[in-house]
Every structure is written in C-alpha cells, then in structure tokens.
Design a binder for this molecule. Structure first.
Ligand SMILES: [Zn+2]
Length: 230
C-alpha cells in the first residue's frame, strides 16, 4: 500500500517504495499516471481521493509502473510499450487505448499533452500538465539510475528525446519524476543530457554489477545514473 501525499488541491503523489505514481483531477475526470509496483488496488486508492471517473495513463510499460493495471478496464499507453514491455501478457483483461505524440487528454479544464520520448523504452512518454506547467517524465528524467540495457530500450533515440523536452521548456516549470527526488527544476533535462553525453563518449567511470541476473555497466554521474549493456 503506497503512501499518499497531496501536492496541491487536485494533484497527489503515491509513494510506493522505490517508485511513485500520481493522480491528477480535472473538472470532469481524473487521471492516474502510472500505478506503481505493489498497488493492485490503485483504482480503489484513487477513488478515495476523487469522485470523478478515473483513467490510467502510463509513462511506459515497465513492471514497476504497472501494478494497478488490472484494476482498470483499459490503459492509455504507447503501443510500443504495451507489447514490448509485455503489458498485454501480464494484464490480458485490460485493453489498450493507444496514445501517440501530440495527443491531448482533457480532464476538464486540465489538458494533458502526450510527448513521445523513446529511449528508456520505445514507447516512453512524458505528460505535460499544460495549465499547471508541470512535466511528468516517467523514468526518462530523474536523479536515480536510468535503465538503458535490454531489448525494450532504444538508447540511440534518447538524446533526441531529451532535446525535444529541452526545446519545449518554456511550457513547464517543474518536472515530476518516478524515482528518487519527486520534483526537479526544469533545467534538469539539460543536466541529464550532459550526463548521458559523458556516458556515450566514454568519459564517465562505471563499475560492472549484477542486476537481476544481467551483467551491466553502472554509471554514476553528478546528475543521475545509467545502467548500460556491457
Ligand atoms: Zn521505473
């Protein structure tokens, strides 16, 4: 059961151990952004906070962001992650509602814009809370370690995705992250990019570690970390 913390009058974060997810309420409906690692009852938790109908939007399909999926009949998710991250296999009862770059989901005077940012996963998206000027970046922008090894990742697309977020940084003031510190200043995207370039150019030190049976390079930079294939 995650701890619920109110961010403002109609926004909450759920602290679910090492990961977090969010609830945003508009005038007509509410949206949960991700559903944690250990919260199969995510929808019930949302219903204790809002009387509006609740939809589920996923920043991506990794298992630590999808635990409440089966409490919803459908999930708004990028199709690449629905299949590549095997959300379809893990939650066969829950249907996919496809989202793509530029889509706007309006909760009622609270439009949410979808920004496709492949890299961490092929179907990773950031969600711009247009009126509140907040960016929900999933795992793609954070202070912790960002997973970049394995078949569902597309590291070659990551830098362009960060550039996309940087190019629109006059549209948000804060970034909400799924791991480590929950709120980051908007210039943090540039910091993550700086670290990524150090890793890519071979300038960042790393150590070999074992992660769930995979031997990976663990990079720890000033701004964030990365787990990379050997
Ligand atoms: Zn994650």
């Amino acid at each position: 059961m995650a701890d619920v913390v109110r961010i403002d009058e109609n926004t909450w974060r759920f602290e679910d151990g090492f990961v977090r997810f969010f609830l945003l309420e508009g005038d007509e409906k509410a949206a949960m952004i991700d559903s944690g690692v250990n919260c199969p009852n995510a929808l019930e938790m949302a219903k204790e906070l809002t009387e509006k109908p609740v939809i589920l939007i996923n920043t991506h399909g990794d298992g630590d962001h999808t635990s409440g999926t089966s409490s919803f009949s459908r999930i708004f998710i990028h199709p690449a992650d629905y299949t590549k991250c095997e959300v379809d296999k893990r939650y066969p009862e829950t249907e996919m509602e496809e989202i793509k770059d530029g889509d706007v989901i309006d909760l009622g005077n609270r439009p949410l814009r979808i920004i496709h940012i492949p890299g961490h996963t092929s179907g990773s998206v950031a969600i711009l809370d247009v009126v509140k000027r907040a960016l929900f970046a999933g795992d793609s922008v954070q202070k912790g370690h960002i997973y970049m090894f394995g078949e569902k990742r597309e590291p070659e697309k990551y830098e362009a995705s960060l550039d996309k977020l940087i190019s629109m940084n006059d549209e948000y003031d804060v970034i909400y992250a799924s791991h480590d510190e929950y709120v980051l200043p908007k210039d943090y995207v540039s910091k993550v990019k700086e670290s990524w370039k150090q890793v890519e150019s071979g300038d960042a030190p790393f150590e070999m570690i074992d992660l769930f049976g995979n031997k990976v390079r663990s990079y720890t930079t000033e701004n964030c970390g990365f787990y990379m294939a050997e």
